[in-house]
Design a protein around this ligand. Structure first.
Ligand code: PLP
Length: 343
């Protein structure tokens, strides 16, 4: 099967498994795992942050960030299709007691002007506007990339109002490779950054929250509260180290492969891209009812050995990643083009 459902489906490569087996480990709850300590130090340095906390998932990194910045009766400003709002099981309400004020963006992206007038008045009837969350690249937006200038403008606006800035950077690596803007230049505009090693970078598990030393000390306590403190977790951190060493620059290949799939989509009447252009490794496709439902189209592709994700009634997502080669993407593109034939 050629599995294009997500970039999270990758399995560790032989080199990564070797690095995992050779890892020097200790009890990370005691702060004694040298591989985790090195990964935290290194990733924080990349993003120009003082410290990092290794966590099991991107969801946990985001949820800890929200809890760090907010308390009950606070409000977050975020785009209406953000992962934090749509796909984290209502965690911000359940774990932090905050409300979300969603703003409709364009392909997941907000401009500074979208925020104007969105700070609540200082009044006992209102929630307190506290935090802005951005997502880069934006998953539901279609893998779209914020430019640094857009981020700077929003961050300057937020700071003017004393708001905190959090980046859901599950796929920030794709944005870094696409734009050539290095990690520390993104980091300087945020108070906290969440990154994932388990998406395009191909590690089996692992995410990290980055920020100031004071914030990360508090994040460690929250990680414990959520049950995310792990013991000899250097075996996983070694996979993430390997991913940083070997799998960042190659994301450009995934972006090129995504273009092959996007081109095939454009060739099929009844399929359309949901973004003006495919910028990174995610391809969101709208299926016209003339072709059937997304689930029906996914079943036709599955019969040809291609797995895609029918995420909404008429919407399919495909993702390119480490475990699909150019030749497999060409094969998938041919299968997509065959959808134009009557069943
Ligand atoms: C943009 C974004 N943020 C956060 C997450 C959550 O990551 P995890 O699945 O590791 O909890 C995902 C997962 O796909 C994501 O796409």
């Amino acid at each position: 099967m050629i599995d294009l459902r997500s970039d999270t489906v990758t399995k560790p490569t032989a080199g990564m498994l070797h690095a995992m087996m050779a890892a020097d480990v200790g009890d990370d709850v005691y702060g004694e795992d040298p591989t985790v300590n090195e990964l935290e130090r290194r990733t924080a340095a990349w993003f120009g942050m003082e410290a990092g906390v290794f966590v099991p998932s991107g969801t946990m990194a985001n949820q800890i960030a929200v809890r760090l910045h907010c308390q009950p009766q606070d409000e977050i400003l975020l785009e209406s299709t953000s992962h934090i709002y749509l796909w984290e099981a209502g965690g911000v309400a359940a774990l932090s007691g905050v409300t979300c004020r969603t703003l409709d963006g364009r392909f997941g992206q907000l401009a500074e002007t979208d925020f104007i007038g969105k700070v609540r008045p200082d009044d006992m009837h209102s929630v307190r506007t506290r935090l802005v969350c951005l997502e880069n690249t934006h998953n539901r937006g279609g893998g779209t990339v914020y430019t640094l200038e857009m981020v700077q403008a929003i961050s300057r606006w937020a700071r003017r109002y004393g708001l905190q800035m959090h980046l859901d950077g599950a796929r920030i690596w794709n944005a870094i490779v696409k734009t050539g803007v290095p990690p520390h230049r993104w980091g300087e505009w945020f108070d906290t950054v969440a990154v994932c090693f388990s998406k395009g970078l191909g590690a089996p598990v692992g995410s990290m929250l980055l920020g100031s030393k004071a914030l990360m000390d508090r994040a460690r306590r929250l990680r414990k509260l959520l049950g995310g403190a792990m013991r000899q977790v250097g075996y996983l951190a070694a996979a993430c180290q390997y991913a940083l060493d070997h799998h960042v620059h190659r994301l450009a290949e995934d972006h090129a492969h995504a273009q092959l799939l996007a081109q095939a989509v454009l060739d099929v009447p009844g399929l359309s891209l949901m973004t003006p252009e495919v910028e990174t490794n995610l391809i969101w496709v709208e299926v016209s009812p003339t072709l059937g439902t997304a689930a029906e189209v996914a079943r036709r592709l599955q019969a040809e050995g291609i797995l895609v994700a029918p995420l909404e009634e008429q919407v399919i997502r495909m993702a390119t990643h480490l475990d699909v080669s150019r030749q497999q993407c060409e094969q998938a593109a041919a299968a997509i083009r065959r959808l134009a034939r009557p069943v």
